[in-house]
Design a protein around this ligand. Sequence first.
Ligand code: GTP
Ligand code: MG
Length: 446
Amino acid sequence: MRYLLIFLVFQSCSSLSNSENEQCTKDSCSALTSSNYYLLYDVNHGEGFNLRRDVYVRMANLVHTLRERTSPESNWTLVLPPWGPLYHWFSYNLQRAQLPWSLFFDLKSLAKFVPVIEFEEFLRLSSPVLTIPYVFALQHFNEGWGEKFEEKLEIRQCNDEAMYEKRSDNYYHGWFFGYEDRVRAKQFDCLSAQGFVTVLVDYAMKNLTWSQEINDEHLLKSVMFDRAETLLHVDYGGYNYWRARRSMRYARRLINLGNRFRSEYLNSTDIHDRTYLVDDWTRAEYLSDQALGGPYLGIHLRRQDYVKARPEYVPSLEHAARQVCHQLLHLNLSIAFIATDANENEIDEVRQHAFKICHISTDQILTYRPDGKILEKILDGGKAIVDQWICAHARYFIGSYESTFSFRIQEDREILGFSKDSTFNRLCGDNEGLSCEKSTVWPIVY
Ligand SMILES: Nc1nc2c(ncn2[C@@H]2O[C@H](COP(=O)(O)OP(=O)(O)OP(=O)(O)O)[C@@H](O)[C@H]2O)c(=O)[nH]1
Ligand SMILES: [Mg+2]
């Protein structure tokens, strides 16, 4: 009985849509009191690194909105979900997990948009076992979107097999980034959700009651949304989208590796390329088309699962080589840098085709291949970021059709101040010839 009283006060709030509910303010919704709150999230396990980076932007904006609507009383912090294991990350045949964000990103820079904390650090706030009061698995409405766009939320039966299971100790147990033994949930529900991430703001403000029992147990006031990719960006391409994105500066070590490669092999430095960025992104100004970029063509050639997933738009290696030749000639450049998940044989094949087509030598097509010692430190995620960093600084960039890996490069180029023309290009499929429809332009907003 006590349980019933404590948790979600479902009332009319458990199902809400814009039409029937007014926006919550800190005065009209009193569920949140003055305190520290933590928001956790996870993403569908099959998703790759770069979609996950996109989900970060959504969740950072959720926390940003929560803070705007509830502060100064409620201090919301975003808990960073550890990385891995990821489908594409298999260097040394090791599926790495529980990797901190600091390996790849600059946390001080992230924190200039919203407060963030590594999961390990969050765990330490509540040892030996962390109990999260509320865990929700977001899911789509079984019946689909319906006729009109409508934001809605409703506790429903789980569509998929339950990801969290209630055990005899009355707590819910699940994956929790591989910390199964140290983390559990007091309450778990599947939440059918449709609309923008901010639909969760009112929900959190109205429905999460931080009861006496939670206080008695000294639980951290926290809520976790699993399958966070279910909800949409609140303002895709808008001001706060870009602020969150701009806050995602890379770890210094990765930037240094990328810069060293640029200067050693590509004759590319920030001064010459006009790609200097001030350290603090909040002080950066709009850089309209001012970047020149290094004297090389940057290509992102996505292979592996993409070859099967996007057969019409992924070029054969020969057609990729043809496009490299065509653009080098067109741009009067002699070097191409290729970021790719292709294996060495495939790269060699590209080089051989390019030699046949336009007589460029093998050393005019470069890839970034860190030695074992470095790779062990930076891992596949770090290598991917260095590849992205180098492409982001190229005079001209050509990505792969609808690859989130390419999208992140295009965003970095927007931040660096490149022209749209040099950025929003993609490799054409074999049946598309040498010029195909460009990538969608998402211009930066300040
Ligand atoms: N180093 C490196 N890794 C790459 C490259 N392209 C793909 N990968 C790897 O493959 C993963 C790509 O997967 P995602 O990050 O999901 O991006 P995507 O598959 O291109 O796009 P979506 O599946 O549509 O989200 C990256 O995280 C890398 O690990 C590349 O050019 N260089
Ligand atoms: Mg992917």
